[in-house]
Design a protein around this ligand. Structure first.
Ligand code: PLP
Length: 287
């Protein structure tokens, strides 16, 4: 079934939606994105995703082409038109189409940004069987640029990381810089040791996950102990549990790192509990 997508003010069948070959998102990866999950036809943590979008745009000196209310209305319209019960809304803003290729940023007064949104239907998103089995990861060197806190569309290395993991018979890669895990290819990484949840502190070296913020807040409310600091692969392999968070996977256990079983080699209770709390709470506050 053809989706209805959104491009610069218009709702169109996906086959009719186009962006210029001179768009800076296409030529320069000059753009940012967000992915918001949908459960029961409602958006999870829209406020958090909008706040991060505004921050990413600000850091790159780009204007936000729509207001928060307008963006929420577009999300809802696409969810309704495409009958999304469980899935995601993908949003991308680029520095637009200046009509030619040039390294200099175009004048925003004459080159408006490009705004594209589309939905992805994922029935069973919340009931993911992987939550019961866990995933296996490999570690790879983190060779991405230094502003990973900006959610840009430069996803070539994370894609390569996923392919390296696949080739090794695993599901994802955790990236390592100066001996410490930064994050997964599209998620934030955690370990649990002696009941404490350990995850890398925020900085320019990781994306400030919206799910990370929510899960840590909920963990704190549930009186769980949290330590925000970097950890090594060896420490993760010797941990009681490991898991990751992202907007589309929520909380998922990691049971193997570079061939070594984590804890018992089966998903642990902390990840299971956090997944349950996160899903319950997010459903309640979904818009
Ligand atoms: N880290 C990276 C590199 C990501 O690409 C993502 C999500 O795409 C995350 C972390 C998790 O962020 P969020 O919880 O906002 O989805």
């Amino acid at each position: 079934m053809s989706r209805t997508v959104y491009v610069n003010g218009e709702y169109l069948p996906e086959a009719e939606a186009t962006v210029s070959i001179f768009d800076r998102g296409f030529l320069m990866a000059d753009g940012v994105y967000e992915v918001t999950s949908v459960l029961g036809g409602k958006l999870l943590d829209f406020d958090g995703h909008f706040a991060r979008l505004e921050r990413s745009l600000r850091e790159l000196d780009m204007a936000c082409p729509v207001t928060k209310d307008e963006l929420l209305a577009i999300h809802r319209e696409l969810v309704a038109q495409n009958g999304i019960d469980e899935g995601m809304v993908y949003l991308q803003v680029t520095r637009g189409n200046p009509g030619d290729r040039d390294f200099s940023f175009p004048d925003p007064a004459t080159t408006p940004s490009t705004l594209v949104l589309f939905t992805q239907s994922k029935p069973g998103l919340a009931d993911n069987p992987t939550a019961k089995t866990g995933i296996k990861v490999i570690s790879i060197e983190d060779i991405r640029w230094g502003r990973r806190d900006i959610k840009t569309v430069q996803l070539l290395y994370p894609s390569m990381g996923k392919m390296m993991a696949k080739k090794a018979g695993c599901d994802d890669a955790w990236m390592v810089e100066d001996g410490f895990v930064t994050e997964g290819t599209s998620n934030n990484a955690y370990i649990v040791k002696g009941g404490r949840i350990i995850t890398r502190n925020l900085g320019t070296d990781i994306l400030h996950g919206i799910t990370r913020a929510a899960v840590l807040r909920m963990a704190q409310e549930a009186q769980m102990e949290i330590e925000e600091r970097p950890f090594t692969v060896a420490e993760a392999q010797a941990a009681d549990e490991a898991f990751f968070t992202s907007a589309s996977a929520f909380v998922l256990p990691v049971v193997e790192i570079d061939g070594a079983a984590v804890g018992t080699g089966a998903p642990g209770p902390v990840a299971a509990r956090l997944r349950e709390i996160y899903l319950d709470e997010s459903r309640k506050t979904a818009v």
